[in-house]
Design a protein around this ligand. Structure first.
Ligand SMILES: Cc1cc2nc3c(=O)[nH]c(=O)nc-3n(C[C@H](O)[C@H](O)[C@H](O)COP(=O)(O)OP(=O)(O)OC[C@H]3O[C@@H](n4cnc5c(N)ncnc54)[C@H](O)[C@@H]3O)c2cc1C
Length: 532
């Protein structure tokens, strides 16, 4: 008899589990509470009543790092025109580091991987110097990365159990060093000084080793997609899954789990959706956030098994522009505003980057911005993000990146997962729409509510994260918080987690799975030494 797998959550992790399990012959139903697929990889076109009808918007700009391998393996199995979504990956030839205190100060890091690793290290060394980091601090930093690369599993575990500021000895380092390192990791994935040190050091180790880490690396270290990521990746993926026979239910939130047994023998038998429908299955996969999981799982399990992760925020905003001032730097590069109060990164998306994307009239392109610090006072009003209205937040973002030409902006759009509402509106619940959303401190009678926090490893959660096969029979988990070889919350990690989860589900259901799909293509001793 065909085995039935129920996947809850239609982000990258959930879609990956559905893909792998269906290919292996299981019957798969996947339920996503939102109307759109992709979770945090949300992108779509604005409607007719918007500030810029037809303009593409994303959750944020999208980076595909060349150290990714599992996500690319999945992308290459999805049909898109005559090729696959992998063909849509397009290089970002340089990273521009801009000084948040003086936006005319810039350092450029070339991302071409044909250069030997020491050229990348030299570029980083120079950039640190340009941002005032004393050479002694830079040297100790390079030593930390080198030691991490050469260390084995036990030492890496010890590093993972320490905080960033503790491992890097922040008390003895210069202010410039602290700002430089913390800014970069905050800007890139919202990690703060209390995150597990492994998250931060591992990221730089990957930058150093990227060419050795994969068999056929992309030519450039950082890449983006040549169009809105739903059009290049998520929508074709959903079409493919449907064609494979996956039953896809959007707008279908899991509301309650039915259990049999108690204590140690507790096991799910069915999930009830918010519309009352009851779905039984042989395996249940929770590919939702730890917060959503905690509300669906028995307390004893949620408390004992979900490790203490750091929850952080990163949100995107798009500015639709008639023109772009030269001060914003080159168009083909990610600009990281080091030391910016709100930890900002931006990318200018014009038809030269987004091929085949016709922008609405009078718009030359989209300035896609990600903010990762919400509790720090800004430079314009002295308010934190949480204290600003959306209009104030727009002005603040533009001030922090030195965009003074307000006449160039046609309109702006904020991440749909982030909204400012009156406090009463949240409490009244407005039809439960904000159920499970995070809430900011109240200011001026308003709060910001946010649906999609990022989950970062903490010293308490260490390097492992949540393993796919839980202690509860038939219950599996997958997401950016899972135990995989990647330490940072990214699409790659969510994809690796989905494959590891599928492997565990299929093993339990007695179905075959090719584990090579989730193994780093560089096989053998070198890979195991570099990534134990
Ligand atoms: C602003 C921002 C920028 C980012 N940029 C990048 C980047 O450039 N490159 C990169 O690699 N990564 C990036 N990331 C990280 C990456 O997007 C995430 O790590 C990854 O998408 C997480 O996937 P996931 O499937 O684990 O979780 P999610 O995408 O959060 O998916 C979980 C899904 O579960 C659904 N759900 C929740 N509750 C229920 C329920 N009760 N029933 C049914 N469904 C439910 C949610 O609606 C959601 O769709 C970024 C993240 C953010 C926030």
């Amino acid at each position: 008899m065909t085995k039935k797998v129920l996947v809850l959550g239609g982000g990258v992790a959930g879609l990956t589990v559905a893909h792998e399990c269906r290919e292996a012959g299981a019957e798969v139903i996947i339920c996503e509470k939102d109307a759109r697929w992709g979770g945090k990889v949300l992108a779509y076109r604005l409607g007719a009543d918007s500030v810029a009808p037809g303009a593409p918007v994303e959750h944020s700009l999208r980076t595909f790092h060349s150290s990714y391998f599992s996500l690319f393996e999945t992308m290459r199995r999805i049909p898109l025109g005559a090729g696959t979504p992998f063909d849509a990956i397009t290089p970002v030839r340089a990273l521009t580091l801009i000084d948040g205190a003086d936006v005319s100060r810039m350092a450029r890091v070339d991302t071409d991987l044909r250069q030997p690793p020491h050229r990348r290290a030299r570029a980083l060394w120079r950039a640190m110097g340009a941002f005032g980091v004393p050479w002694r601090d830079s040297l100790s930093w390079f030593g930390t990365i080198g030691a991490y690369i050469l260390s084995g599993k036990t030492r890496r575990r010890r590093i993972a159990a320490r905080r960033v500021d503790d491992l890097l000895d922040f008390d003895r380092r210069s202010e410039a060093f602290r700002t430089f390192i913390l800014s970069l990791v905050d800007i890139i994935f919202g990690a703060k000084r209390d995150a597990s040190a492994a998250v931060v050091v591992d990221m730089f180790a990957r930058l150093a080793l990227v060419r050795l880490g994969t068999v056929d690396p992309l030519r450039f270290m950082t890449n983006t997609a040549n169009g809105p990521v739903n059009e290049c990746f998520i929508d074709p993926w959903v079409t493919h899954l449907k064609a494979m026979g996956v039953e896809m239910r959007e707008g279908a939130a899991a509301a309650e789990v039915e259990w049999e047994g108690s204590g140690e023998t507790h096991a799910p038998i069915a999930v009830r959706l918010s519309d009352g429908e009851r779905i039984e299955a042989d395996a249940f996969v929770f590919a939702v956030s730890p917060a959503a999981m905690a509300s669906l799982l028995p307390e004893f399990y949620a408390k004992s098994v979900l490790p203490e992760m750091r929850r952080t925020w990163s949100a995107g905003a798009q500015f639709f522009c008639r023109r772009f001032p030269e001060t914003l730097g080159p168009r083909d590069s990610f600009s990281l505003v080091v030391g910016s109060a709100w930890s900002i990164i931006y990318l200018i998306e014009t038809p030269s980057l987004w091929r085949n994307v016709a922008m609405p009239d009078e718009i030359e392109g989209v300035l896609s911005v990600t903010v990762s610090s919400f509790d720090t006072p800004g430079v314009l009003y002295g308010k934190t993000f949480w204290q600003c209205s959306w209009e104030e937040a727009q002005n603040e973002i533009l001030a922090q990146i030195g965009f003074a030409d307000s006449g160039a902006i046609v309109g702006a759009h904020l991440d749909t997962h982030l909204r400012r509402i009156r406090s009463e509106e949240y409490l009244e619940g407005s039809d439960g729409i904000y159920h499970g959303w995070e809430i900011s401190p109240e200011y001026d009678g308003h709060v910001w509510v946010f649906a999609t926090p990022l989950w970062i490893f903490s010293p308490e959660s260490g390097v492992d994260g949540i393993v796919a096969k839980t202690s509860i029979p038939r219950l599996f988990v997958a997401g950016e918080f899972s135990a995989t070889s990647t330490k940072q919350p990214t699409m790659e990690k969510a994809n690796q987690a989905g494959k590891l989860c599928a492997a565990a589900v299929l093993a339990e259901l007695g179905l075959p799975y090719d584990r090579r799909r989730v193994e780093r293509p560089l096989s053998g001793r070198l890979a195991r030494w570099l990534y134990p």
